[in-house]
Design a protein around this ligand. Sequence first.
Ligand code: CA
Length: 721
Amino acid sequence: MQTGINSGGTMVTQHAPTVSTKRNQPFSALSGICTLLCLVAVATHASAATRLIDDADIANQANTADWLAYGRTHNEQRFSPLKDINQGNIGQLAVSWFLDLPNDVGLVSTPLVADGILYFTGTMNIIRAVDARSGKLLWEYDPQVARAVAGHKKAGWVHSRGISLYGDKLFAATWDGRLFALGLKTGKLVWSTRTYDMSEALYITGAPKAFKGKVLIGNGGTESGPSRGYVSAYDADTGKLAWRFHIVPGNPADGFESAAMEMAAKTWTGKWWEHGGGGNAWHGFTFDDELNAVYIGTGNGSPWNRKIRSPDGGDNLFLCAVVALDPDTGEYKWHYQTTPGETWDYNSNMDIVLADLKIDGKVVKALMHAPKNGFFYVIDRRTGKLISAEPFADVNWATHVDLATGRPVERAGARYEDGEENIFPSPFGAHSWHAMSYNPQTGLVYLPTLHTSADFVDKSVDPDWKAVAFVGGTAVDWSQGKDPRTYPGSLQAWDPVNQKQIWSIPQQHSWASGTLTTASNLVFQGQADGWLIAYDATNGKEVWKFDTGLGISAPPITYKLDGKQMISVLVGYGGGMASRITPGAEDLGWAYGVHKRRLVTFALDGEINKLEQPPAQFAEPILEAGFDVDPVLAAQGEVIYGEQACSACHGLGVIAGGMAPDLRASAMPLSEMERFFVNIVRDGERVGRGMPGYPEITNHQIEALRHYIRQAAHASPEGSN
Ligand code: CA
């Protein structure tokens, strides 16, 4: 019987990652001597002249030896000029080395490469530096996130999408709200600063963005409490706050931080500040070195439902927008709002890609953006003026975007005016944080797409609804609606100039990774079912694939060392879908603590043609003999399970998708184990593995949770007989 619980309860740093470079090599062979090797390697690198990474380096598209920033270069295109791996030889591509990450869970981040060293962030914000030639671990830094969140009810996930490099430092942000700098060569902490107070129901999953001697960070948390979004830029050398830009206005009685906030306040009604307003910038930061601007993709409203948030209407600036700021001062330059007066969780936190596009015979400094709302936007980034917008997925909240006004034309009923409506796309969006790439040779964008709809219902919402910190809420109920298509995801090639789809690959599982495109006319994407696939960039024909044995959510990168093109990717299904916030992930059989999470690197002379992984494994719910489920208690437990965001890791309906133990199959909630269950839930005994403690939870609430879990176990197909 698979219980879904690992023995032990060890802290993450107690198992060293292990590297393998040859087929059949024992996974643990190098772990024992790793510490010694690390010290030697660090000493060697420390003696070399220290490279100072600057904006010219990060903007340099011809530099193929490194991958210095989230989207490779400042333009965020994820396009590499490398052609060594091409359609003529891709059949030889195999694993050169891989590094096992025994304590990691969901891996969603983009690794960075500088001077032959690959840096990445894993589960619980642990930062690692690895020799990109061999996979040897050079150093590891653990920001002790578990210790920081101990005793706090936290929101969000233990994930991070990336890090940033600048000067001689690496920058990362933690789940609990710290931004810190490490010495690139040493892995030692240089500075650390707190970007929000621990009392705030916020979290950080995003990569900081470094530019012009500063490091920018925002946060997530719009659904976790009354939240007012902002971004902050810190001095890269000292960690001192340089500037902060609020995304939504506060209470006018307190005065406005800027003229931009005064302008924004005119677009709100009611007492929005009591709800926070939202707008949290959890992803989507792009620095424009040509025009000296930083573009921020902003979040949805807090709460989602505008009838509650801003009852007399209004656009609610700067929700769901691209906002251009002065990178030196944080001053507002322009904005383009993709979803005025949002009421569907249609945030605009998705990536922002810069390119020169030839439109109507003229070269335009364009910005491309495909937010949740299902429209693909091309914007003149000198002014923020909309050039074009067309739907790239099924959309029924708006009929089109009026190019004269730049505004979407909503259809009647879209705002669930009558209290109920089926809307495409769902709050997952037609595109989420999985990065799109742009290939200037094909002129196409390679866009990971989701196909879902949602039934919104707000008939029973209390007009006096108020958000409570650390208790999830949106002021509107929603559930997954009918499937607009027979497939939940797709990869599509989108022509941004003519705003039309060129090709599309339907995918039977949604939540594929971000994409990478190369000058050899290839597009790479990792799949939820574990395949890394290369497509012909022109026609979408599959030209190569490799089964990594575990779902991939992180985007692949490429770089060239010693005359050899390498492709690296983190393997470890993660993010909201892996948390099974919607059904589907459990069908993949990626089990917590079973499948090996890994950093995998491919090259043409790689010698490993198969990565060993256990087969798909499905939870077997435990039927507790003699346990009578009390439906009243179980119903109370369901509410607690939802409010405390248990589903964020343990899955909707107590069916896990691999991010955490499936509680139906866990021994912990069984009656005879109750005191262990209390230790874990109330006392935070497993906080080291990402399970926060809930110190205020009562015995009655714990009992209610146990009844809800048993009810789910007994009701599941495996449990009902
Ligand atoms: Ca949201």
